[in-house]
Design a protein around this ligand. Sequence first.
Ligand code: BGC
Length: 491
Amino acid sequence: MVPEFVLTFILGTVFVNGKLYEIPNNFSLGVAISSYQSEGAWNVNGKGENIWDHLTHTRRNYSYDGSNGDIACDSYHKWKEDVQQLKYLGVDHYRFSISWSRILPSGFSNVINPDGIRYYNDLINELLKNGIKPLVTIFHWDLPQPLQDLGGLANLKVTQYVEDYSRILFQHFGDRVKWWITFNEPLSYCLYGYNGVVAPAILSSGVGSYLCGKTLLLSHGKIFRLYEREFRKEQEGKVGITVNIAWFMPKTNSEKDKEAVARANDFLFGWWMHPIFSKEGNYPKRMSDRIEYVSKAENFSESRLPPFTKEEIKLIRGSYDFFGFNYYLAQVIQDDLVTPYNPPSFDQDVGVVATTIPGVEETEHNWFPIYPQGMGDVLRYIHKLYKGVPIIITENGYPDSGQLSDPRRINYIQRHLIEVLKAKEEGVNVFGYTYWSFMDDYEWLYGYLQKFGLFNVDFNDPNRTRTPKASAEFFRLLTKYRVVPSDTIDC
Ligand code: BGC
């Protein structure tokens, strides 16, 4: 434990009534990024086209700044330098995703791209050489375009292709990768992917979104069972999923608003958590009942929510070793059940209005409310609901315009991490925190306008030079001294 005066000196902080929160040695600190957002090299050395290549090339003005991830941070070429920066940060783990199309250019497992295997082998080996544990996401939204041409996740056959792809990952990397995340944020992919916001940018809210959800949950179950059957004994790794969770509170004390919060929780998060983590499995009843009722009123011949068979429920139920979640958002929820009308939509099914919490500070891009307390609330909620499941925070981050002096980001990390450590002290089984993002990257719809990174990347420089921000320096001190000071830091 570092004496307080030493830290005070190092951090340039004035501790008045400050407290130091200790980060236990068995608590993993890391940073995250994803393949499409950082790798670039979109068509290099045999990589196939994915839905993000396709969307940004066919709709040139898709992102607000007209950009795409063709080059992004060029991590495909700069992986060695990236690992050095990670080493500088002193992280315990690094969360990155694998580009399916770099491994299997057509999406199918019959043809493997040797360069894809080489690239991730190099990266994984370099990480391990530097004492950094890889936390690998199998799918962070970049589906191979040929599979999208067959309907993407609205086509149940994709569950087979996901399993084939995952087998190849376990075969080639599972001797060294011990932490796997099957899917990143199913809600974002199936909700925003089917209301036009992110790829595949299909407009089928309330229909396509549920088909996508069924395929995704089944695929998750299949990957988990595959690992159990063929790899776990030898590789001894862990497999989980990452769900994005917000903290919701009722607008008023009325029963209607409280029920609206329960409904929002079930539709947005229970949709994924209940089938996997609950004892009963299957969709939350509140969700399936409501969709069935609305579908009928809309004159559909059956519920728009595709049901699971008993075998499918069994396949998915209990398919986890840990629970990953991303925390960015807290909102006030109000009941807004309206009479069903056509066309159907997910929003209409949920029937709530979400607004910002009055008086809560927001991030510079006016995007997210800053509500660290919600992080602790979500942790306690999950812990209680799923009886002490091991939890890792797989994302939490602050967007701005990329400036090197970023005290608000430092403050954001401090306050969120303190909530995590407090919950841990209370007995919540949380074993890690991952900051999003490692460096500035391609931020989907926002292109290069919104920056979450600890490192600034110069996107006008062909060399994509990386420069540590003040927050990178702060993170380095966090991992080095393993304490979080409660006072404001002036780096
Ligand atoms: C996603 C990331 C994204 C981040 C910030 C998460 O929803 O997993 O890909 O960059 O939020 O928007």
